[in-house]
Structures are given as structure tokens and as C-alpha cells.
Design a protein around this ligand. Structure first.
Ligand code: FES
Length: 276
């Protein structure tokens, strides 16, 4: 995103620039423009607090009878992971308590979400107040957009997208191996519906990414010469229109999936079994 002329409220810049109308109020809007940023900050904060606590507790993340593994700990690739949860082997020895067992995935999960075009819009308004809403002056003296550190890092989003595809594949593998009965054969329970539903929605969120849309149909001069890519691009574009809804839905399903695995793994509830 390029940096437009300063829009801050500092001396002689942005909305205080000599060429702008002299308006003392921060905004002339009388509607509840603050409600959307407030809900955004509450939703994101709740997720960050929950995910951080869960990442460090190191308990109730694996159900050995049914092979349910929470996405917050996947892939679990150290000796500290309980037996059975290391779907891809132990690449590291015992980890000290201050390193989350899902340390391999959490930075990328966070990076993918934080640099997502939708989340940027949301937290630039709700957290950075840059600006808080349309026709509401921002408190910053200067606006530099994403042209310098730290916000210039947002431009690596396309690389996080490729990692997110790998993470979705890992979560898909976890969901498939979770069709496991207590006798070692095929099993099917409510946990499978939760895990599989979460994975389907994660794929929908990942594939609806703006970077994915560019990967599939970007830089083409003639769609007619690339009918397959054009078809894929049109499907991704349809999904892309739901990106905001998918961003919030998958935050919810991630928490729900982790919570369900935690409750079953800790013995607080029993998994509802349909087969075995
Ligand atoms: Fe949101 Fe890529 S734009 S995940």
C-alpha cells in the first residue's frame, strides 16, 4: 500500500493542513462508528489471550483413544510431545517449558493472520486508529503506510500464504488420522465432525486469500489463453468475496476445535461416538 499525503492531526499536516477546512471536532459523524473497531479489538484480544494460554499449558492437547490432536499443537515434533501425537516424528529433543510445543506452526499461523489484508484493515482501524473510521480524524501526526518498518513486513504475506498451505495439509492429515476407534480400527465421533469442519473452513480461508487469487490468475494478459487458470481464478474470486467472514469463522472454529479436544482429553466430557 502506498503512503498518501499525510493525514495526521499534527501541526500543519493532514486534516490540520492549511488547505483543509477548520473543524475542531474529531468527527462530525453521529452514528456509532466506534462499535465496529471496538468489537474487532475485543474479538482479536480474546483470541490472542486464549491461544497464548493454550500454547503454553502443554496439557490436554491429544486424545490417545481417538487420535484427536488440537491444531494449536500440530505438528508436534519434539520429545516433549506425548507418545502418539508426533505424527511426523521427533525432530527435536526435550523443549524447555517456555517454548510452546507447537512452536513450529504458531509463528506462521500468527504471521499469516497478522499480515492478512482483511486483518490489516481491521486492526489498523481498531488498534492503530489509522484512521479509526471513515471521516474520523486519526491521532497520528504522520501517515507512512506500509513503507517502513515495522509495517513494511506486511509485504511478506504472499510467503506466509505458501506456509499456510503446508499447515492446512498437516491439519488435513491430522483430521484424517483422527478417524480412529478405541480398538485401533476405524472410528467416528463428534470430534471428527469438529476437526474435519475446522479443516474445511481453514482451507476455505486459505484459498480465499488475496495472494492465492494472484497466484492463480495474476499477471495473465489473456484469460482466453489460460482457460484452466482462469476457471480456478474465478472460483477463488468467489471465495475471496467471503474472506472477512471466513477470517472470523476460522478464528472461532480454531478455538472451538481446541476447546473440544481439551475437554475430551482432560476427561471433562466424553466424545460422542457414532462408530466404535
Ligand atoms: Fe487474508 Fe491472505 S489476504 S489470508
Amino acid at each position: 500500500m502506498s503512503a498518501p499525503a499525510g493525514q495526521g492531526a499534527g501541526r500543519g499536516t493532514g486534516v490540520r493542513a492549511p488547505s483543509r477546512a477548520r473543524i475542531a471536532e474529531k468527527t462530525l459523524r453521529t452514528d456509532r462508528w466506534w462499535l465496529s473497531p471496538l468489537l474487532t479489538v475485543l474479538g482479536l484480544s480474546a483470541f490472542i489471550v486464549y491461544a497464548t494460554i493454550r500454547a503454553f499449558v502443554r496439557t490436554a492437547y491429544w486424545v490417545p483413544e481417538y487420535h484427536y490432536l488440537t491444531p494449536f499443537y500440530s505438528p508436534c515434533v519434539s520429545e516433549s510431545c506425548v507418545e502418539g501425537s508426533r505424527h511426523f516424528g521427533a525432530w527435536f529433543g526435550e523443549l524447555p517449558g517456555f517454548i510452546p510445543l507447537g512452536f513450529l506452526v504458531l509463528p506462521f499461523l500468527l504471521g499469516f493472520r497478522l499480515t492478512c489484508y482483511y486483518y490489516r484493515k481491521a486492526y489498523y482501524r481498531a488498534v492503530w486508529f489509522s484512521p479509526p473510521a471513515c471521516a474520523v480524524a486519526e491521532p497520528h501526526a504522520k501517515y507512512t503506510g506500509e513503507t517502513r518498518l515495522p509495517l513494511i513486513i506486511q509485504n511478506v504475506h504472499r510467503y506466509f500464504f505458501y506456509v499456510a498451505v503446508v499447515v492446512s495439509l498437516i491439519n488435513t492429515y491430522d483430521a484424517i488420522t483422527a478417524f480412529h476407534g478405541s480398538d485401533g480400527g476405524f472410528g467416528f465421533g463428534l470430534g471428527n465432525i469438529v476437526l474435519t469442519g475446522n479443516v474445511i473452513l481453514l482451507w476455505a480461508y486459505t484459498l480465499s486469500c488475496h495472494s492465492c487469487r494472484h497466484v492463480t490468475g495474476g499477471r495473465l494478459k489473456h484469460f482466453s489463453k489460460h482457460p484452466v487458470r482462469y476457471w480456478i481464478w474465478t472460483q477463488i474470486t468467489k471465495l475471496n468475496t467471503r474472506h472477512m467472514a471466513l477470517a472470523w469463522t476460522t478464528l472461532g472454529t480454531l478455538v472451538l476445535t481446541d476447546l473440544y479436544v481439551m475437554l475430551v482429553a482432560s476427561g471433562a466430557i466424553s466424545d460422542l461416538r457414532f462408530i466404535n
